[in-house]
Design a protein around this ligand. Sequence first.
Ligand SMILES: [Zn+2]
Length: 645
Amino acid sequence: MARRLARIACLVAILVLPLAGTGPAAAAPPKRVLIVVMDQMRPDFVETFDMDNVRMLMEDGVSYPNAYLGHMAAETVISHNVMTTGVYPKRMGWSDEVHRDVENALGAGPGAFHVTSSFAASEFFALQSRAGRPNLGDYVRSKFPGRKFAVVGMKTTAAYGAGGPRADMIVTMSSRRTTTTAPCFGTLGGRFRGPAGVNVPAYIAGTGECGRFYVNSDTANTYTTGITQPAWMYPLDGNRFVPGFDAAHLGGDTWVADAAMEIMQREPWGGMLVSFGGMDKGGHMWGGITDTGTYAPSSPEEMAHERFIVRNADNQLGRLIQKLRDLGQLDETLIVITADHAGQPSLNHHGVNAAGRGDFNWYYGRDADETYLMPQPQIQPLIATGNVAFNYQDTAVRTWLTDRSLAKKQEMATVMGTLPNVTATYYLDGNRYVLHSSSTATPMTASERAWWRAHGQEIVDTMAAPWAADVVGLLSDNTSYGVGGDHGGHQEPVQRIPKVLWSADVPAGARPAAAFRSIDILPTVLAALGIEDRAATDGIVRPVYPCTTRASARLRGGVSRVTVQARLLGRPLAGALVRIQGLGTGRTVRTDAAGIASVSLRPRRSGLVRITLPQRGLSLGCSRSVRLRAAAGTAGGGAGLTGKP
Ligand SMILES: [Zn+2]
């Protein structure tokens, strides 16, 4: 099937590039997968911020209006690993922003606390190895020997989380460095970030501080966010999350796309995850969906606000697609567009709104190398119990206790229920959370209760592990204890994320009603790539491709035998249910390993038979009608049917 993907929008120009018309071609499985993560993207960003390239992929691909994240903690440092392993946070080695290392896997002592978003690569890899989950890269290498799995993202939490210890290549940004000697001192402001990661290729790493992949990271360079509330709680520090104005050293999502495109061009890649982190920063600073203002073109304010940041990310997606096209790789690539969580504005904010308060609003406690002991007043009732070992609060409140007895967990949960906008409380019991109360100081609205009834327990249970918080407080919609916009919790505005899949053989504009969670991404991608031998995950394969059928009918001794062969992506569709209806009969049979099913009919007249395969697994289903004709002179003397459907 000739494919479309006709419109690629760029910030400065709209490119109209129809795909080469190749005429009808046999459906075939994709040979590569590109996962693009839009960090903190909500589905309504597409229209609010004119994400032309995402919209185009939705129109030309399959998108899932009932998709949701499906886990807590709804955070970058969790979700990227979920996407590439297909397991719940509780089974991947760490399950929250804060980790109590009960097994001393990291060597700082049993029970030592760690802020996972500050993990070094070695700490991520230690916990990932301990969990022992194969990830997307392992499957790509086994299916396509010689092909590489690469991850690119400016956030280490995204890059190491998604890549894992066996990724062929991980490219991320270094921590901030200071220099007074480099020749590019003036350009980079003396404080810069450069490429870091695993097997960073020389064409990215080896360019020195004057090279393209080194960017300004001056903490004084905040594009006014350092002096403007609420952004000042978590301001910009140079060009880590925004492109900036230095054309030779563009940062943010432009940096990410440029690195990814270099790898696409130069490496035999089979799988790639590209994580655009700009809009997450904008969402935290200003609230995300409420940050709809427009600012003077090329002004610092425009650079720092969500409209520009989101459109830039969308433009970078357009550049990636164009690069695939230029390299002749587009028609063999499966593209997945999703988010690692959505986000909500802090219309109810329970942190201290002051410059630099972000980390102190989020964290209370002391870990191996960080100390946060300036909590907002709203969590004082928890601290007053004398039993808080560590606290973390964004759009849910989590408390790790010193005394972890059942009575103390219940006592803390009762206190938790008095905090502002806490709507339900839970305590940890092994591999699940027990609901303590949904009658707290703040009642849920009707819509909050409907979402909570459907998904509250499901979502909170996904982080229940020995290292997880002992007590959890879920919060109202549009509430945060952290910064101006936030995520982490179970709320529908945080959990509703885009899921768009495109490849050459998906039906344009399909909108399957099926749910699609982030644990479903890996099994679905592997099924599309034709990787049948896969370890168990917590996810299931979701429908992406339509099936096709061929049918024939043959007369034998007065009985008409109708045979159906079902295929998906050019392969036999085994184990599919086939419903055959018409001419007074209705039968359901299952296809064999060759995708073949047949039934015998004893029809009395000519007419139509309807063959239907319902949606199941990777298949969106398919149906067709077959006209069977009466044929005289059969062995039994009666009329049978033949058909050449
Ligand atoms: Zn994120």
